[in-house]
Write a protein that binds this ligand. Structure first.
Ligand code: GLN
Length: 356
């Protein structure tokens, strides 16, 4: 009799477990009662539906397309001639879904945004510590082409996104000569974009004959013993990397590669080791928008990088890569409509990384 009761109890327990498993398997997280994490996940997913993303994208485009603020860079003559009406916005998710509007195929020179990818290459080859110790990861609080900043920081460039640190980064990419260094830098940018990017010879010719200030910066850094290769050679390679063309579409994919922990969502190629991505994004948050980076972060909360060609890319880790092209710049050298559109999209989609 006792044995029978035990068996009966075991049977009932077994049956209950089997039933529970069946209910869980059969209904899934939608109908299951109570599991809080499943409900939370669902809320997040519904707020980022395709319809919502498209609606916010269109709103941002309409809201800012007639904004007349800012003006093209003109200290590099060819940049003054670029059509200032170009306005393209591209959003790319970490699984490669693309949302875009406007002149998303129109190309401008990448300029300072190239600094992100060369810094990534140096970190990939030499590690995060090298970047911090040899080049630096602090804001300078001064314009991107400041010579005074180098002197104030006792010969340190301070970060790889001001011209000094960028030319220094270029000089540290491992190569036997400048030809190989340029080929590696270009290939790395192509890998981030998932395509062979065009070279803008007109912009290069215009800048290479007019980059004496950058040459001076490289010579000063060399005097402080901080260059990895010949300073003038490195300045020329740096000028080449700034002359690569990008569209908002390309910037969106490049940003999404960072949002996707270093793996290009379109090609599946790993271009940066996962642990290095947050390090690179930290420098973008600190200095991506030059001496206005604090105001940008305060507004949008996302690491970003701009270039005087009018491009801007912003990264929402794990969620979105944002690329915008619009040539007119604010006094710091950041695209006016680019900042407004990216900040608007981040806010309206509720994806500010600092608010998660
Ligand atoms: N090539 C430009 C320069 O060296 C890049 C500057 C920028 O985009 N802020 O001045």
């Amino acid at each position: 009799m006792k044995l029978n009761v035990k068996l009966l109890r075991k049977g009932i327990m077994g049956l209950s477990i089997a039933c529970a498993s069946l209910i869980m398997l059969g209904t899934g997280p939608v109908e299951a009662k109570g599991p809080v994490p499943a409900v939370k996940t669902e809320v997040k997913q519904t707020s980022l539906t395709e319809a919502r993303i498209n609606a916010v994208l269109k709103e941002a485009y309409e809201k800012f397309k007639n904004d007349q603020g800012g003006k093209n860079a003109d200290y590099i003559k060819a940049l003054a001639e670029v059509d200032s009406k170009i306005f393209g916005i591209t959003l790319v998710t970490p699984n490669g879904k693309v949302y875009e509007i406007g002149d998303t195929k129109a190309e401008v020179s990448i300029q300072s945004i190239s600094k992100v990818f060369t810094a990534a290459k140096v970190m990939q080859e030499k590690g995060a510590k090298f970047m911090q110790e040899k080049i630096g990861v602090n804001a300078t609080g001064l314009p991107f082409n400041s010579i005074m900043a180098i002197e104030l920081h006792k010969g340190s460039a301070s970060n790889p996104f001001v011209n000094a640190g960028a030319i220094q980064s270029t000089s540290w990419v491992k190569a036997k000569d400048s030809k190989e260094r340029w080929a590696k830098i270009k290939q790395n940018m192509d890998d981030f974009a998932g395509k062979k990017l065009n070279f803008n010879k007109a912009v290069y010719d215009s800048e290479v004959n007019d980059n004496k200030r950058n040459q001076a910066i490289s010579k000063l850094l060399d005097a402080y013993g901080r260059m990895g290769s010949d300073p003038l050679e490195a300045t020329t390679v740096y000028t080449k990397q700034c002359s690569v063309n990008i569209s908002s579409h390309d910037l969106g994919v490049m940003a999404a590669t960072l949002a996707n922990h270093g793996v290009n969502p379109e090609t599946g190629k790993k271009v940066l080791d996962k642990p290095l991505v947050p390090k690179l994004l930290a420098i973008m948050a600190t200095a991506g928008l030059y001496d206005n980076a604090g105001d940008w972060l305060y507004l949008a909360g996302a690491p970003a990088k701009s270039g005087v060609g009018g491009g801007i890319l912003a990264v929402v880790p794990g969620k979105m890569g944002i690329g915008v092209v619009s040539p007119p710049l604010d006094p710091y050298g950041n695209s006016v409509r680019g900042q407004k559109a990216a900040a608007y999209i981040i806010d309206k989609l509720g994806i500010n990384p600092l608010a998660q």
